[in-house]
Design a protein around this ligand. Sequence first.
Ligand code: OXT
Ligand code: ADP
Ligand code: MG
Length: 578
Amino acid sequence: MSASVQSVAQPTEEDTSPALTDGFHLVIDALKLNDIKTIYGVPGIPITDLGRMAQAEGMRVISFRHEQHAGNAAAIAGFLTKKPGVCLTVSAPGFLNGLTALANATTNCFPMILISGSSEREIVDLQQGDYEEMDQLAIAKPLCKAAYRILHAEDIGIGVARAIRAACSGRPGGVYLDLPAKLFSQTMDAVAGEASLHKVIDPAPAQLPAPASIDRALEVLKGAERPLIIFGKGAAYAQADEDIRALVEKSGIPYLPMSMAKGLLPDTHPQSAGAARSLALKESDVVVMIGARLNWLLSHGKGKTWGTAPKKFIQIDIEPTEMDSNVEIAAPVVGDIGSCVAALLEGMGDNWAKPPSDWTNAIRTKVETNVARMAPKLQNNNVPMDYHGALGVLKTIMAEKTDTILVNEGANTLDFARSIIDIHKPRKRLDVGTWGVMGIGMGFAVAAAIETGCPVLAVEGDSAFGFSGMEIETICRYNLPVCVVVFNNNGIYRGTDTNPAGDDVAPTVFVKDSRYDMMMQAFGGVGVNATSPDELRRAVTEALASGKPTLVNAVIDPQAGTESGRIGNLNPQSVVKK
Ligand code: OXT
Ligand code: ADP
Ligand code: MG
C-alpha cells in the first residue's frame, strides 16, 4: 500500500500535510487486496493510467486488440480459478465491445467483472453530448448478474468488494462496475483510503444442502434400474474433483459429461457413457444432473432425445430456480456441488448397490461399438484432410500431453473435435458453451495459458478463428505457449457453396486456400501450412514441445463438413419454392 500512497503525494520534511491517495490507486489496491493479480483489457481514455499504474504496482496487465477478447479472457479466467476475472475497458464503444463477453459469462455462469471507465454523469444524464457518452450502467444491467457505479473515492473499497461477492457467490456470473472518469483523480487521505478497502471474507460461502433433500435424492436413486449421471460445466467449475470421481466409482453409475465437463473423469474411464450418448439419454430411468442445465443442449429434458421410458430427475445446483425450469425435478438438491456430492457420498454408506449389470453392460457395449466404428476413420491419411484424419492426430497428441488445455470453436470443427478428442483431466476443455458463440477462441487461449501456465491447443474452424484472429498478435507479444490449429475448409460449414444469382461468392464462402499461418509469421510466431495428417502431427508436436506461439493452417477438404455441424436440425427451412 505504501508504494501507491507515495506515488500520489510524498510529504517532505517541511510539508506536514497528510499523505493522499486517489481513485486510481484505491481501485488497484482494492483489487490486489482481494488477490486479483491480472487485468485483461484495452487501454484508452479514461483508464490508460489505471492500466499503467496497475502494472507499476505489480499486477499483470494483459492488453488485447479488442475488448471482446479481453472480456472472454477474463470470463474463462474466472471459470478456471473460481475468482472473478477482470476486464478493463474504455467508455461507450469499448464498454459495448466488452459487453458481449460479460453477457456470455453470465449465461455460462462464469464469474467476471467488467470494469469500464465512463463519461461525466452530469453530461450523460442531460444527454449533452460528452466524449463517448452513454448510460453504461443502464445498458449493462439486464445483461449481467449485478451492476454497480462508484461515484466517490471512499466507496471504491466497498464497490469492488460488492462486485467480487456478486460475481462469485451463489450461481457465478458477470458483474459490471462503472467507474466515471472523475473518480480516478479524486483524492482522499491515504490512511482513511486504506481503511476503506475490504478483503472479501469467504466470497463464495459453502451452501449446504438440506439433509432431507439428500435423503430424497438417495431414495429416488435406490429405485433406479437404469441410472445415469450428467455432469455439466458447473461440476467442473466447482473443483470437487476427488469427490466427484468417488461418487461415480462408488455408485457404479454410467456418466455423461457435457462438453466442458469432459475430463472431470478421463473420457476413457470405463463408466463414461460419452460415446453412447443417445442410448444413455433415451433408456435411462433416473438421471442425476450435476451442474448442468436442462437447456437446448439437453433437448430441455424431453422429446425424442429422451425416449419414451418414464424418467425421474435428481438435480444438484446452487441456483434454486433452476429446479423445474423445463421438467419436473423429483429430487431437487440445492447447494454447492462440493457440499452436495460429499453429502451424497456419506449418505450412500459403504454398501451401496451398483446398478443392474444389464444396464451398465448395454452402455459399455454401445461405447465400444461406437469407438471401434470411429477408430479406422481416425487413422486415415487422406489429402486433403478430412475432419477425422486431422482430429485423429490431435486426439493422439492430447492423450500424450494430458496437461494441455484444448480450446475449441467452429461448427464441424467443434462437433467432431468434441466427440473425437478425449480429455483426460478436469477443466482441460474450453469451448463455445451455452450460447454456441463464435469468438471465444483467442481470448480463452490467452487466459488459459496465463492463468494455468499449461500449454494450449486451440482447434478453430476458419470462420470461428476469424472472430478473434487478430489476437494472435497478443499471443506473440506475451510469448504464450499457444498452438492454434485453423481447420481451413474455405468457409463456414463448407467452402463449396455457390451463388446462383450473381458474381458475389456465397455468404458462407471465404477466399480459397488462404494461408492463416502467414498471419502468425507476421508477428514473429511460427506458422506452418499442413496439408496431411503427418504434417499436422509434426507441426503440433513441435509447437507443444517448444512452447512457441504457433499457428498451423490445416488444409481441410472443403466438402467434408455439413451445414451447422451436428445441429443442422435447428436451421429453419424455407417452405416457399421460387
Ligand atoms: O450416441 P450417438 O450414436 O448419438 O452418437 C453420439 C455419441 O455417442 C458419439 N460419440 C463418440 N463416438 C465414438 N467415439 C467417441 N469418443 C465418441 N464420443 C461421442 O458421437 C455422437 C455425437 O456425440 P455428441 O456430439 O456428444 O452428441 P450430439 O448429439 O451432437 O449432442 C448434442 C449437443 C447439442 C449437446 C451437441 O451437438 C453440442 O454440444 N452442440 C454444440 C453446437 C454448437 O454450439 N455449435 C456452435 C454454433 S453453430 C453456428 O451457430 C455457427 N455460426 C453462427 C454464429 C455463431 N455461433 N456465433 C456468432 C457470434 N456469430 C455467428 C458460425 C459463424 S458455427 C459458425 C462458424 C462455422 O464455420 P467454421 O469454419 O468455424 O467451422 P466448420 O464448420 O468446421 O467450417
Ligand atoms: P453445461 O452447459 O455444461 O450443461 P450449464 O452451464 O448449463 O452446464 O450449467 C451449469 C450449472 O452449474 C448452472 O445451473 C449453475 O447454477 C451451476 N453451478 C455452477 N457452479 C456451481 C457450484 N459451485 N455448485 C452448484 N452448482 C453450480
Ligand atoms: Mg470452416
